[in-house]
Design a protein around this ligand. Structure first.
Ligand code: TPP
Ligand code: MG
Length: 527
């Protein structure tokens, strides 16, 4: 039997790692052979409308499926357009394999692609037929090791159709770090009367969510979650008090805390703001990533579940009562509450929750709307609400929702996005239509980059560079084969939302909203 080609060996590697579909935009080079080889094994190729969206779809697929998300692009412009989803996967710990055509045989479209990806991937290299069996296995498993993240490999057309041959793999591995000051951590936990457990993105995987809850029970304390940690402890759980982004107002709500135990939280998850609290921090991390948290009093680095279980064996006696936790939850929620006579990001997300026929998975974009959306939307499991937080990229919610609908077709995916964010990825409505994805895009139409608009106002600057002309997104969606509704200020929001959920395929609801509430809301939150 002859040896498989490099493309066939890659496809086999995908199959071994339970990769069900790959994403991208093919150039004429290696992608064609890879698409063909994967198709033969029943692995779908999803053609996105831009590489930026394809890279987000792959990264999110990596997160929700646990198998590396794979994206393919041509050399040069295709490769450079993958930067956003790759940076997301790097900062927000998504397992991912980035396959770019190349290196180029001439100067045309040529630059050092490995160098471009160096700051945003765990490893960069070139897939060649020699030693391919080992290299393919190495890169796929490296993506899944803590800290999870992307690996980038160039692969050229000639190499992709050449039979693989023996040779050593190319990926050098580093021994995982385990650093532990568990005794010190237990001592701090034993002395605390008002501890607070913060859960973050590393705690989303495997058995870590159950371990997070065991820690909260052992400490008898409330849980606060970063945006990415939403659902690690279900939002409806009695210990779950709300979202924590590092904003001043959240620190005020927990001014009495005398210890933070951070479980799987990465510092990228906090907004750029000083740490407004004096209580010591016990930091439990899966990976020895930089720790920018100030006043980290004890660090326990290594696999999260054994770390949590070792720390749970202590004698803790906090003063928290269920009523105090419920009061904290109400306080945190009240701090982001808005009121208006017309539709707002808050009332729109409430309408989504009310109209949902059952379990949904929401994705939320970056912008002023995210504060209300993340407070209102609930998750009962990790990845129940998808969000770019460490990178906080716009143009995320729609491709993330498409990735979700392809991976879990029985769960309606709802993309909550600003108009600015939608404009960055609007063409993906066509991708959703092509695959009949159950994706409901809800666009908060305020004809502005509102989060930037309010910052411009706070600086008393002339309004410039932050407004859009009126856009009827429902018309655009319909032109791409997506059922759509436009909801004006006095139109029935609930009816439109219910109609969108009833569609067997993609739908869009374009809601004209009141953006005047954002300035006070964001000022109160972030101080
Ligand atoms: C790709 C990208 N470009 C720019 C930014 C900076 N940014 C953050 S929020 C925002 C405005 C978002 O506008 P829109 O999507 O309409 O949401 P809104 O703030 O109006 O709710 C911008 C420009 C970003 N986060 N990501
Ligand atoms: Mg907007």
């Amino acid at each position: 039997m002859s040896e498989p080609t490099l493309a066939q060996a890659l496809a086999k590697g995908f199959q071994r790692h339970d990769i069900k579909r790959i994403f991208g935009v093919p150039g004429g080079g290696s992608a064609l052979g890879i698409i063909d080889a994967t198709r033969e094994l029943g692995i779908d190729f999803i053609l996105a409308r831009s590489e930026m969206s394809a890279s987000v779809m792959a990264a999110v697929t990596g997160e929700i499926s646990g198998a590396p998300g794979v994206v393919l692009a041509c050399l040069g412009p295709g490769a450079s357009s993958l930067a956003t989803g790759t940076a997301y996967a790097s900062l927000e710990q998504a397992p991912m394999l980035v396959l770019t055509d190349g290196p180029a045989a001439s100067l045309h479209q040529r630059y050092d692609q490995n160098a471009l990806f160096a700051p945003i991937t765990k490893h960069q290299g070139r897939l060649i037929p020699e030693g391919a069996a080992d290299t393919i296995e190495d890169v796929l498993s490296l993506a899944k090791e803590a800290p999870l993240g992307p690996v980038q490999m160039n692969i050229n057309a000639a190499g992709s159709v050449t039979p693989v041959s023996p040779g050593a793999g190319q990926v050098a591995r580093q021994a995982p770090v385990t650093a532990t000051s568990a005794d010190e951590a237990r001592k701090l936990m034993g002395a605390a009367r008002r501890p607070v457990l913060l859960v973050g993105l590393e705690a989303r995987y495997g058995d870590a969510p159950a371990a997070a809850l065991r820690l909260a029970e052992a400490l008898n304390c409330p849980v606060l979650s970063t945006y990415k940690g939403k659902g690690v402890v279900p939002d409806r759980h009695a210990r779950m008090a709300g979202m924590f982004t590092g904003a001043v107002s959240e620190f005020k709500a927990i001014a009495d805390a005398d210890l933070f135990v951070s479980f799987g939280v990465d510092p990228v998850e906090f907004i750029a703001s000083p740490w407004h609290h004096d209580a010591p921090i016990v930091e439990i991390r899966a990976a020895d990533a930089p720790h920018l948290l100030t006043k980290t009093a004890a660090r326990v680095v290594g696999p999260l579940v054994p770390s949590a279980d070792a720390l749970c064996r202590g004698d803790f006696a906090s003063d928290w009562t269920p009523d105090m936790i419920a009061a904290l939850r109400a306080d945190l929620r009240a701090r982001v509450e808005v009121k208006s006579n017309t539709h707002t990001a808050q009332s729109v997300t409430e309408a989504i929750v009310a109209a949902a026929p059952g379990r949904i998975r929401a994705s939320v974009d970056a912008g002023a709307h995210m504060v209300s959306a993340m407070a209102v939307l609930e998750a009962d499991h990790p990845f129940g609400v998808l969000k770019s937080n460490g990178l906080s990229t716009m143009g995320y919610a729609v491709p993330a929702a498409i990735a979700s609908a392809l991976n879990d077709p029985d769960i309606p995916a709802v993309a909550v996005t600003g108009d600015g964010g939608l404009m960055m990825c609007m063409a993906e409505l066509s991708t959703a239509a092509a695959h009949g994805c159950k994706v409901i895009t809800v666009v908060l139409n305020d004809e502005a980059l509102s989060l930037i608009d309010i910052k411009q106002q706070w600086q008393s600057l002339e309004t410039a560079g932050v407004k859009f002309p009126p856009t009827d997104f429902a018309q655009v969606a319909k032109a791409m084969g997506v059922a759509a509704w436009r909801v004006g200020p006095s139109d029935d929001l609930g009816a439109a939302m219910r109609a969108a959920f009833a569609v067997d395929g993609p739908a869009l609801v374009d809601v004209v909203i009141d953006a005047s509430v954002y300035s006070a809301q964001v000022a109160a939150l972030r101080g």
